[in-house]
Design a protein around this ligand. Structure first.
Ligand code: NAD
Ligand code: USQ
Length: 419
């Protein structure tokens, strides 16, 4: 038995368990001795097919993942395909498993995807808001004591010219004082969906006494956790295209194949970041220290902040140590965002609970670049280039024409995805 296994394992639903963070979390909690129910509607694989995108690391099907997990560790992860937009499905899951905690990752999480056109904006907000609302009602009626751990995002705050607090701000206005939700000015219809979710969750805690932890997470990087490293069929995704790939993933992939690093605009856009191993640790800390009944706790979940240009320079420096020069290109910014701004976001609560961060190291960047090099035959350079999805809409027809002509099967044989 693993030395960290708990005797008092909880029943935990992991929603969005087929995703980049959801799958490692399901395994991590299973290894800790929790009874894990992994839930997903596989929409992300469908969105990949829609846009001709794919994970650089081959990912196994959920059925194969859970059977490999059982074979490697002797542990069970219960797998259920369900769509959070269908209330009956959510209600049935909570009635059947009566979880002590629900960890909710199951949303459309790409800012560019939400900005393709009206249909994608509507789909993103319906998917995210309806799923979370269904969950809140099912918790109220089936498991009122259950702890909801919801993944929000640091991008909910935007880039205000004041320090960003953890969820709430003490305000004095016209001689009166109050503690109110921090004002939010997000930068895409996706990020807005998270703000709307946060308001709905906050209301449910006040109205019904739901316990909630809203984790405003920064950009996550890395693919190796103790559990994903156990077997190639336990790998998680690595996205590198302009719709799903985050800037750091893209820079690592671009460096690996000798393409210029695509910094949008000046590159002064500053964000919070954390290692995927710290995401696991934060979820564990939230689970072990639940919110009170009626409490809507907000933790800013990141460990360091970097500007986009700093990240590009870090990647270029790692290559330089191998004697390789990397070009940093400043491309026209397809997004509407500040390219130079003040940024100082607090992130103390998780440290107070005991988080011990893994800071971004050159060795980790090097290993990510080497991982891409090991799969360079799977890198489609077109996906590395400047996106045709723009925040103002102009180029989005091009994206649609491009994506319609491509399928996942066209860029890689099906058996490699599901192997
Ligand atoms: P992902 O796209 O890899 O995974 C999300 C999963 O949710 C997918 O497998 C998808 O099929 C599933 N899903 C979506 N809608 C669903 C629905 N209606 N019913 C059931 N399943 C559904 O995303 P990720 O990178 O793992 O992110 C997980 C969560 O963390 C998201 O909520 C995201 O907003 C948040 N987050 C991610 C990052 C990051 O850097 N990846 C940073 C901050 C916050
Ligand atoms: N950027 C580049 N070059 C690229 C790609 C992006 O300069 O090739 C820039 C963007 O313009 C932006 C910054 O990098 O200023 C971050 O973009 P990103 O694509 O790395 O991340 P973002 O769109 O913010 O979204 C990601 C996840 C999302 C999560 C969010 C956390 O996809 O699910 O919510 O990070 S946060 O940024 O804190 O909101």
């Amino acid at each position: 038995m693993d030395e960290r296994t708990r005797a008092d394992g909880l029943t935990v639903l992991v929603l969005g368990a087929d995703g980049y963070i959801g799958w490692p979390t399901a395994m991590h909690l299973s290894r800790l001795g929790h009874r894990v129910v992994a839930v997903d509607n596989l929409s992300r694989r469908k969105w990949d097919r829609e846009g001709g995108t794919y994970s650089l690391l081959p990912i196994a099907t959920m059925a194969r993942r859970v059977s490999r997990w059982r074979q490697v560790t002797g542990r069970e992860i219960i797998w259920r395909r369900a769509d959070l937009r269908q209330f009956e499905a959510v209600d049935a899951l909570l009635a059947e498993f009566r979880p002590a905690a629900v960890i909710h990752f199951a949303e459309q999480r790409s800012a560019p995807f939400s900005m393709v056109d009206r249909a994608h904006a509507v789909m993103t907000q319906v998917n995210n808001l309806v799923g979370t609302l269904n969950l809140l009602f099912a918790i109220r009626d089936r498991v009122p004591d259950c702890h909801l751990i919801k993944l929000g995002t640091m991008g909910e705050y935007g880039t205000p010219n004041i320090d960003i607090e953890e969820g709430y701000l003490d305000i004095e206005h016209n001689g009166r004082r109050d503690r109110l939700p921090f004002p939010k000015v997000p930068g895409s219809f996706y990020h807005l969906s998270k703000v709307h979710d946060s308001h709905n969750i906050h209301f449910a805690t006040r109205a019904w006494g739901v316990r909630a932890t809203d984790l405003n997470q920064g950009v996550v990087y890395g693919v190796d956790t103790e559990e994903t490293a156990l077997h190639p069929q336990l790998s998680t995704r690595f996205d590198f295209d302009s719709i799903w790939g985050t800037a750091l993933n893209r820079f690592c992939a671009q460096a690996a194949v000798g393409e210029p690093l695509t910094v949008y605009g000046k590159g002064g856009q500053t964000r919070g970041f954390l290692d995927i191993r710290d995401t696991m640790a934060c979820i564990e800390l939230a689970l072990d220290n639940p919110a009170e009944r009626g409490e809507c706790r907000v933790f800013n979940q990141f460990t360091e902040q970097f500007s986009v240009l700093q990240l590009a320079e870090l990647v270029a420096e790692v290559r330089r140590q191998h004697g390789l020069e990397t070009e940093i290109a400043h491309l026209p910014n397809p997004r509407v965002e500040q390219e130079e701004h003040y940024y100082n976001a607090k992130h103390q609560h998780l440290l107070d609970l005991g988080l011990q961060p893994h800071y971004l190291a050159a060795t980790l960047l090097d290993s990510l670049i080497q991982m891409v090099e090991g799969h360079r035959d799977r890198v489609d350079k077109v996906l590395l280039q400047l996106p045709s999805v723009t925040w103002k809409g102009g180029g989005n027809e091009v994206w649609r024409r491009y994506s319609q002509g491509r399928t996942l099967e066209a860029v890689e044989p099906k058996e490699r995805v599901t192997a």
